[in-house]
Structure formats: structure tokens, C-alpha cells
Design a protein around this ligand. Structure first.
Ligand code: VGL
Ligand code: ZN
Length: 241
């Protein structure tokens, strides 16, 4: 693939297919890769101790995304990392409400809220990035969920739907057009981030094998359905060249 000019690769990805257009073999089409350019950013969502086995809200096999993200990262000129970063006694913690248990839901001013075990409390070792992440190219760490009364799965917009994190402005001001979303968890922070990125007008890819899910009451299937309805592209790390 390395030998093919970038324009050919992009055409192959546009859906028309180089094979049909040029009569080239199906292998050209099948092998088409996505090459991140200067207007592309990798977003690494919440790869923190809290979300891997041994953490306070462990995602099954969450640690498996680390080597995949490390392998992808050198292909990106622009990398943004997020951290779930909650105040103690946060509104998303079951322990904040007498009688409530983790994974139940409650109604907050902005709508339904899943109640979680206490997790990712700001400044704790649990909230630190996974020690094996190697992202020297990361330019921004954005922390979310630090307003005590509002959760934020999305890296762009808090759960009240009206408090932006500033990430849209950051990316747009830097000329970013495409984002590639990875990390934890597929069905919460990754999918909310991907859907909000579409809302903000970015071209959005979720790199599926660079994510792992919580899958609470069918949340994973629902998240993919919503992402695909919003035009998020579902790809694998092997699709990136
Ligand atoms: C997340 C639940 C609660 C996530 C964060 O990173 O997906 N999930 N807080
Ligand atoms: Zn959280």
C-alpha cells in the first residue's frame, strides 16, 4: 500500500471503489487503508486505571486497548487524551444517594443518570492514565466530569447538553476535520464523544478494536446503532496505514 499515492487511497475509501473505476483487482479495494493526515486527530478516551481490571469501574479487558492505541498513535500528528475526572461525592456516584446501588439509575435535573461506583476521583491514582500508554505525541489532556452536579461521558459536551468542554473550539481552531476515537468505554464515553463530534461537524471514525465496552442492559448494541445512524464510521485498527 505504501507505494500507492494518497489520492488513490482516499478514492478507494470514498465508497465508489478504485476497483470498479479502474478495473484493478478487488485486492486494491480490499486493501484500501485510511491514512491520517494533518487535519486528523486521534482521541484517546479515558484509558485510566479506574476503567481497567483492578480499577474502581473496571471495563472487561479494558487494558487490551493499550497496546493497540500505542501502535496506532505514531500515525497521528494530532492526539488528544481525555480523563474522567470526578469530584468526590459526584452526582454520578451511587454512594451520593442513600439507598441507591451502582448500576441503578436516577433522575437528575438534565435527565436519566446511570449511577456508578465511585470512580476516577480527581487527583487519585485510580484516575491516572494507564501506566503503559505511550503517547509522547499527545498535545492536550481534557478532563471531564469535574462539575459536581453534572456528568460528562462526552469529551465535547457535559450531560446537561449546554456546558461545552472547549474541545470543539480547540480542534476547529487547529483546523482538524477528522477524528478517530479510541478508548473506554465503547458504549459510554467513546460513543457519546463520537456522536457529539458528528454534531460538531467532524468526520468521525471509531476504531472498534481499540475500544472495550461496559455493555449494561444492551448499551453496546444501542450505542453502535446510534453511532451508525449519526454517520460515525466503524473501522478496525488494521484499516489505518
Ligand atoms: C465512563 C461510566 C462512567 C466511560 C465514565 O469512560 O465510559 N463510563 N464514567
Ligand atoms: Zn465517570
Amino acid at each position: 500500500m505504501q507505494a500507492l499515492p494518497r489520492r488513490t487511497l482516499l478514492k478507494a475509501l470514498s465508497g465508489v471503489g478504485v476497483a470498479a473505476a479502474t478495473g484493478a483487482s478487488w485486492r486494491v479495494f480490499a486493501a484500501a487503508k485510511i491514512t491520517p493526515d494533518a487535519k486528523s486527530a486521534l482521541i484517546v478516551v479515558d484509558v485510566q486505571n479506574c476503567f481497567v481490571p483492578g480499577g474502581t469501574l473496571p471495563v472487561n479487558k479494558g487494558d487490551e486497548v493499550v497496546p493497540i492505541i500505542n501502535r496506532l498513535a505514531p500515525a497521528f500528528e494530532n492526539i488528544v487524551v481525555t480523563q474522567d475526572w470526578h469530584t468526590p461525592g459526584h452526582a454520578s456516584f451511587a454512594s451520593t444517594y442513600p439507598g441507591k446501588k451502582p448500576f441503578e439509575t436516577t433522575k437528575l435535573a438534565y435527565g436519566d443518570q446511570v449511577l456508578w461506583p465511585d470512580h476516577c476521583v480527581l487527583g487519585t491514582a485510580d484516575a491516572a492514565l494507564h501506566k503503559d500508554l505511550v503517547l509522547p505525541g499527545a498535545q492536550l489532556i481534557i478532563r471531564k466530569g469535574h462539575h459536581k452536579n453534572v456528568d460528562s461521558y462526552s469529551a465535547f459536551m457535559e450531560a446537561d447538553g449546554k456546558t461545552p468542554t472547549g474541545l470543539v473550539g480547540y480542534l476547529k481552531e487547529r483546523g482538524i476535520k477528522r477524528v478517530f476515537v479510541t478508548g473506554l468505554a465503547t458504549d459510554f464515553c467513546v460513543s457519546y464523544t463520537a456522536v457529539d463530534a458528528r454534531k460538531a461537524g467532524f468526520e468521525v471514525y471509531v476504531i472498534e478494536d481499540a475500544t472495550r465496552a461496559i455493555d449494561l442492559n444492551g448499551s453496546l448494541a444501542a450505542a453502535w446503532k446510534l453511532m451508525q445512524a449519526k454517520g460515525v464510521k466503524r473501522i478496525q485498527s488494521a484499516d489505518i496505514a
